[in-house]
Design a protein around this ligand. Sequence first.
Ligand code: ADP
Ligand code: MG
Length: 247
Amino acid sequence: MNYRPSMNRGDMPAAIRCENVSVRRGKVQAVDDLTVSVPRGSVTGLLGPSGCGKTTLMRAIVGTQKNVSGRIDVLDRPAGIPSLRRDVGYVTQAASVYGDLTVEQNVRYFAQIYGAENGIAEAIDAVDLGSHVDHLAGDLSGGQLNRVSIACALVTRPQLLILDEPTVGLDPVLRADLWQRFKRLTDAGVTLLVSSHVMDEAEHCDELILMRAGGLVAQLPPSELRARTGETNLERAFLALIEGATA
Ligand SMILES: Nc1ncnc2c1ncn2[C@@H]1O[C@H](COP(=O)(O)OP(=O)(O)O)[C@@H](O)[C@H]1O
Ligand SMILES: [Mg+2]
């Protein structure tokens, strides 16, 4: 038996529930009647090509997106309410880290906004930047900078961490390293929702939400995606699902 509690989707309370969520952005239906859920204590990948609505959906979940219809519950509360601010960490695609501040100063800045100064060292440790606290962010590598952004989001000890394309621009080794860190965060009880337009990253996720043109292609674990399509390669499996849906 390959019993994995975090995959027991029927019984696990969801960290995020989206029901019939639609978002109009200008003339575009950026998210189109999406019903998905994010199981607690796992890494859920929000995957699909650029422009399919990943960022818009994340913004809706965090509560920063206008023109959202449908229902979104986050940690059993309506998305966007003030009491969720400390419980939900969000790192945007173009995460802003101040190059002229040190690693510690960057994280402290966020900590002060949320009155969470006692979480600074723990957040920096969680991304292994303890030896770099006094380095200027401007002197760090791309991978280290991404980790500073994540530390800033971790400073309030969120239960849910939402990361928008955190591995973009990283080489394969650093990408794998970051996914390992995500896994470790889930071991500590954090729920992650991570977006990517690179399908092979599906490999690192417990659960997948596959999107295309604002709509849902499927929500399922990678193993089920393979089983359903007969493809071992996840990118081909994704394409096979789309072809099956449009056939
Ligand atoms: N500020 C905006 N105004 C109008 N349309 C937008 C805006 N931002 C994104 N869009 C459109 O919404 C759709 C979804 O975009 P987005 O959520 O950014 O996709 P993804 O993150 O998957 O690349 C796209 O068609 C995009 O062009
Ligand atoms: Mg995006």
